[in-house]
Design a protein. Structure first.
Length: 232
């Protein structure tokens, strides 16, 4: 997502706990090691930024892939903490900066799991549904100050994170990785996964003047998900 905003002319700030990922960022980006659910760290980052046009609350983890009765409370809390509390803290500390400026765009990353229920993904689906509720509230609360809020719901995105989900789900369901992959792809009308750039380009659009009257919306970038329960 950072590459797309960089190409669009934005100054890019990135936070992550993955030092290796931060080291791979372009030298022109402002990168800070900070956890999305660590309020003190987030407070410090936003104080350093000082002024903000666009917030992309994009931090997330997949959480466990298991039947609800097998999900440990510790794993539930870890998943909800990053996916929901991370978005909340980003919005909390971005809001004063945007209200002071009288404009801004908040883009929260939910998921198609925030539109459908997903078997064996209870913590993740619950958190992503809640992100949409948070976004709707932000849109109403901040709209009078010229601040817009929207949520992007990616479908299955090609890459290492989704690959890990495929392998865990295959093990949980007694299927092969390729069977689960084909099940996800077959569950969309476009019969394919999406790429990270598809999501990034939507975020840049939502941040732009072309979307200046788009707020409070849930926008799926998923090739039109039809069936959230992948089958062979």
């Amino acid at each position: 997502m950072g590459e797309a905003f960089d190409a669009a002319g934005y100054e890019v700030w990135v936070t992550d706990l993955d030092r290796a990922a931060l080291a791979r960022c372009p030298a022109t980006w402002q990168c800070r090691e900070a956890g999305a659910a660590d309020e003190e760290a987030m407070r410090g980052v936003f104080a350093e930024i000082g002024a903000l046009d666009v917030l992309c609350a994009n931090a997330g983890i997949a959480g466990p892939t298991a039947r609800v009765e097998d999900v440990a409370l510790e794993d539930w809390r870890a998943c909800v903490s990053v996916n929901l509390e991370g978005a909340f803290l980003a919005a909390k500390h971005a809001a004063p900066l945007m209200k002071q400026a009288g404009q801004g765009a908040m883009i929260l990353t939910s998921s198609t799991a925030g539109i459908f229920g997903y078997p064996n993904r209870a913590p993740y689906a619950a958190a992503k549904w809640a992100v949409i509720g948070l976004m709707k509230t932000l849109a109403m609360e901040l709209g009078p100050f010229g601040v817009r809020a929207n949520a992007i719901c990616p479908g299955a995105v090609e890459g290492p994170r989704m690959e890990a989900v495929l392998l865990r789900e295959a093990a949980a369901k007694g299927m092969t990785r390729d069977q689960v992959y084909q099940g996800y792809a077959a569950g969309t009308s476009m019969r394919s996964f999406v790429e990270a750039r598809d999501v990034a380009e939507m975020a840049v659009f939502l941040a732009s003047d072309a979307a200046r009257r788009v707020s409070g919306q849930v926008i799926a970038v998923d090739g039109h998900t039809e069936n959230p329960d992948p089958k062979p």
